[in-house]
Design a protein around this ligand. Sequence first.
Ligand code: ADP
Ligand code: MG
Length: 694
Amino acid sequence: MKNIPEIFGSLVFNESVMEERLPPETYEIVKKTLTVGKRMSLEVANIVASVMKDWAIENGATHYTHWFQPMTGITAEKHDSFISPAEGGKVIMEFSGKTLVRGESDASSFPSGGLRATFEARGYTAWDPTSYAFIKDGTLCIPTAFCSYGGEALDQKTPLLRSMEALSKQAVRILRLFGSDDVTNVKATVGAEQEYFLVSKEIYEKRKDLIYTGRTLFGTKPPKGQELDDHYSGSLKPAVSAYMADLDDTLWRLGVLSKTKHNEAAPAQHELAPIFTTANLAVDQNQITMEMMKKVADSHGMVCLLHEKPFAGVNGSGKHNNWSLTTNTGANLLEPGDTPHENAQFLLMLVAFIKAVDDYQEMLRISVADAGNDHRLGAAEAPPAVMSIFLGDDLTEILTAIEEDRPYDARETVQMKIGVHALPKFPKDNTDRNRTSPLAFTGNKFEFRMAGSSQSIATANAVMNTAFAEELRQFADILESAPDFNEALHNLIKDTIKNHKRIIFNGNGYDDKWITEAEKRGLANLKTTPDALERMLDRKNIELFQRHGVFSETEMKARREIELENYTKIIHIEALTMIDMARHDILPAASSYAARLCRNAKEKSAFASCMAEKQLITRISALTDSFYEKILRLEGAAKFIESFDDPYSNAAFCRDKVIGAMEELRADGDALEELCSADCWPYPSYGDMLFSIK
Ligand code: ADP
Ligand code: MG
C-alpha cells in the first residue's frame, strides 16, 4: 500500500522541510518572508540555498533552474548543474544564495512586445519565496518572477503577485471598518478545475493538425458523440484510470493537492480538480498539473490535449477558476455567515464583486482571450463571450429586496436593515443549476468559467484581484469618512445593486435571446481575440492597473502586442497546416479514390449500371474542384498574414479573411471524407480519435 501522506510533497522544499532542516533563527526569518512578505538578506539566502541544495541532492537532483512563466503561456527553465571545479580535477556541488534569489535570462528569446525595442534585451528572474521550490526530472526548480532590467514584468507571475498585494491592502482597510483589527493580510484563493482530452499516441501521430496545432483542422463528426450523455462522470476505462492514478501520484509528490477526477461531457474528455490554495501557488500548481498531464500521458502511450477545442462539434475544454478571499485569521470573505454583522460584510464584498465585474467586464474577457478560446467563447458554445454573473434566484431576490427597500419575504413586515438584521437563509450551492454562466456564485466563492483549458490563469486572477481591489478602495474611501457607518453602508450596498445589476443574469447563457438582451443592457460582447484586445487600452483599464501598481501603461501596451502577435502566429500556423494537409494528403486521396471508382465502374460496366460509382465520381470530382479552389483562396490569404505594420491589423486580417477561408476549406474537406472510403482516407477519423483509449 502506498502511504500517501508520506509521499505527498516529498519532492517539495516546503515549510516542514524548512523547519526540520534550517537553523531555527533562519527558519523564523523565512517564515516572516512567507507570511508578511519581508525581504531576505543575502546572508540568510546563503544558508537557505545551501540547505536547499543538500536536500535536493539527497532527493536525486543534479541541476537547478529558475522556473518562470514568460508570456508564452507555458513555463520556462534553463538547467544548470550544481558542479563547480575543485582542486585535483574534481568537482564540488555548489549553490549560493545569490544564485537562489536572482538569475540572468536572455529576455530577447521570449515575447516582450514593445519592451524588446525600448529596453535592454536582458532580463532577470527573482525568487518568489512564497511558492515552494520543487524537484522535477532531477532538477531543483525555483519558482521565480521574470522582469526586464528596467523592472518591467515580462511574465505572468509578477502582475499576479502585485495584484495580490493591492487586493490585500484594500481588503484590510474594509475589514478595519468592520472591527477586524487582527486581520493584517487577505489572500486571494484559487482552485482551478482542469479539463483535458486523452487520445492514443499512435493515432495522434498520424494527424499533422494535432501535432502542429493541438486541434483537428479537418474531420467529420463520428456517428456517436456526446448525445447520449453517457460519458459525463461515467465509470473510467481501465487505461484512463491507470493514467489518472499515475498522474495523482506524480502530482502529490510535487505537493499539488489533486483531489477530484472524473469523465467530462465528451468522449475522451476528463477533468481534474485540486483543493484550492493561495492564488500564486494555485497558478504555479496549475502549470505543473498541465505539464504533468502531458508527461504522464506520454508514458502511458497516450497524448493529453489541452487545446480549448480539439474537435469541432464536440464539447470544448475550459478551466474553471474558483476564486475567493481568505484572511490571515482564516475567514472566507465570500462566506455569508450567520450574524447580521457577518452578513453585512458579506453583502459589501458581494456587491463590490458585482461592481468590479460590471466595471471591468472587458478586461476580464481580455484576460482569457486567445485564438484557442475563441472557439468556445463567441462561438455557439457556453459560456458566451458576454460577461455576466449568476447569483441564483434566491440571492438575487434578496438583493432586489434591498434595492427596493422592501421585505424579502412576503410574510415579513419589516425590510432588512443591513448591519442590524440577518440575511434570510438561501440555498448556498447553485453550482449544478447553471453551467452556462461565465461567472457563478457557488455559495462561498465565484467560479469563473471563461478561462481556456490551455491558458495560464495568472492574468485572469490578476485582473479579478485588481478590479476587486479598486472597488474596495472606492468603498473604503466612502465608508471611512461617513458620519454614520451603518447608514452609509446600507446606502452604498443599495446604490451599488441599482447601478450594477445589469451584470446579473440567472438564465441560460447559451440562448441567443440572452445575447440580444445583453446588448440592450449595454454589456460588451467581444466575440474574438482582436475584438477584445481592441479594448485593452481603454483609459479606465490603464488607470485601474496603474493606480494599483499592477501594470504600467508600457507593460499593458507590450502585453497587448504580445497577445495580438500570438493570435496571428497561431492562425498562420493553422492555415499553413491546413494547406499542407489539403494539398499533400486530402486532395491526392480524393483524386485516387475517384480514379479507383472509375476503374471499378469500367470493369463492372458490362454487367451493371454502376449508378452508385458514377454518382460518387461526379460528386467527388465536383467537390475536389471546389476543394482545390478553396486551397488557392486560403493560400492567397495566407500570403498576407503578418504583412501589415501593426499587430492589430495583422490579427484583424486573420479574423476577417483567413479564418473564413479555413472554414470553407474544411467544409469541403469534411464533405470529401464523408464520401471517400475509409481505407483511402489519409487520417484517423473522429471516431478513431475519440474512442481510441480502451
Ligand atoms: P463544485 O464546483 O462542483 O461545487 P467544489 O465545491 O468541490 O465543486 O469546488 C470546486 C473547486 O473549487 C475545487 O477546486 C475547490 O478546491 C475550489 N474551492 C472551494 N472553495 C474555495 C475557495 N474558498 N476559494 C477558492 N477555491 C475554492
Ligand atoms: Mg465546478
